[in-house]
Design a protein around this ligand. Structure first.
Ligand SMILES: [Cu+2]
Length: 295
C-alpha cells in the first residue's frame, strides 16, 4: 500500500511537468498566460474528484479482498444519505465553480477585445491562402507570405480572412486562435512580452497542404522591426489584386517567405468583398465593407 501511495504524486507531477514543453504551457504575453492559468485551474479543480476516486478504488479493492476477514460484510446494505450527499454535492460545486470561471474568462479573453490603450495596437491583416499565409501591414505598406514580424510588448490587432476554404489562424504560445472565412472579416488581439520566434499554424484541416501551412512569428525590438520593414520595402514587387495577388493566391505547398512592396491600398477589403458578389464576379457598386460584413 505504501508504495502505491508514493506513486500517486509521482504520476501527477509527471503529467504536469511533461506539459511544460507544450506550447500552451509556455505562453508569452497576457492572453496566453491567462489561458494557461485557466487550463491549470480547471485541471486542478477536477482533481478534487479524480484523485479521491483513484485512491478509493485502490483502497476498497485492498480492504475488501477475499482473504481479509476483518472487513465488515453487509450484503443487505442499499442506501446512504451521507454518500449520496457527497457524490452529488461535490461535482455540483465543481461544475458551478468551473461555470463561473468559464463565463468570466470567455468575456475577459474575448478575442475581439482590445488589449492596451485604444489606437496603440499595430494593424496586421492576415489572409489564409491554399496553403500559406499572407500578411499585409497597411500602415507600413508592405506584405509578406509566411513571415510575421512585430515588436515586443505592443498589442497587435489581426484582421483575418480567407481566400479559400475555412481555416484557423493560431500562434499557440501567444494565445487564442481565430477562424478565417472567405467573405468575412474576423479579428483577434494578441501581444507578446518576450522576444523570440514563435511558430504560427493553421489549426483547421483544409486539405493536403495544410500541415505545412505554418509560419515563423518574429517578436523583436522596435528597432529590429523597423529594420525589417525597411528590408521588405526594398523589394520592388508590387502586390495588386488583379496582378500579382492572383499568382500568389494559386495553391502551392511549402511556399518560401516572400516580400511585397508597394501594396495596393484596400487589397484586404477587396478580397473580402469579392466573395459577396459571388467569387470572381465583377463587384457591383454598393457592396458592404469587410467590417460591416462581419457583424
Ligand atoms: Cu471547425
Amino acid at each position: 500500500m505504501k508504495s502505491l501511495k508514493a506513486l500517486i504524486p509521482l504520476v501527477v507531477s509527471a503529467l504536469v511537468l511533461s506539459g511544460c514543453n507544450a506550447a500552451l504551457m509556455d505562453p508569452s504575453g497576457p492572453v496566453g498566460k491567462e489561458q494557461k492559468s485557466l487550463i491549470l485551474s480547471s485541471f486542478w479543480i477536477m482533481q478534487i474528484v479524480v484523485i479521491p476516486v483513484i485512491i478509493m478504488t485502490l483502497v476498497f479493492a485492498w480492504r475488501y479482498r477475499r482473504n481479509n476477514r476483518k472487513a465488515t460484510y453487509s450484503p443487505n446494505w442499499a442506501h446512504s444519505n451521507r454518500i449520496e450527499a457527497v457524490v452529488w454535492a461535490v461535482p455540483a460545486v465543481i461544475i458551478l465553480f468551473l461555470g463561473i470561471i468559464t463565463w468570466q474568462t470567455s468575456h475577459s479573453l474575448d478575442p475581439h477585445k482590445p488589449l492596451g490603450n485604444k489606437g496603440e495596437a499595430m494593424e496586421i491583416q492576415a489572409i489564409s491562402l491554399d496553403w500559406k499565409w499572407m500578411f499585409i501591414y497597411p500602415e507600413q505598406g508592405i506584405a509578406t507570405v509566411n513571415e510575421l514580424y512585430f515588436p515586443v510588448d505592443r498589442p497587435v490587432h489581426f484582421n483575418v480572412t480567407s481566400e479559400t476554404v475555412m481555416n484557423s489562424f493560431f500562434i499557440p504560445r501567444l494565445g487564442s486562435q481565430i477562424y478565417a472565412m472567405a467573405g468575412m472579416d474576423n479579428d483577434l488581439f494578441l501581444e507578446a512580452d518576450k522576444q523570440g520566434v514563435y511558430i504560427g499554424k493553421s489549426a483547421h484541416y483544409s486539405g493536403k497542404g495544410f500541415s505545412q501551412m505554418s509560419f515563423k512569428t518574429h517578436v523583436t525590438s522596435q528597432e529590429e522591426f523597423d529594420n525589417w520593414v525597411n528590408k521588405v520595402r526594398q523589394t520592388d514587387r508590387e502586390l495588386a489584386y488583379t496582378g500579382s495577388y492572383q499568382d500568389v493566391a494559386k495553391p502551392s505547398v511549402n511556399t518560401p517567405v516572400e516580400y511585397f512592396h508597394p501594396v495596393e491600398s484596400g487589397l484586404y477589403e477587396r478580397v473580402i468583398t469579392s466573395f459577396q458578389s459571388g467569387h470572381g464576379q465583377p463587384e457591383n457598386g454598393q457592396q458592404p465593407t469587410g467590417a460591416e460584413a462581419a457583424e
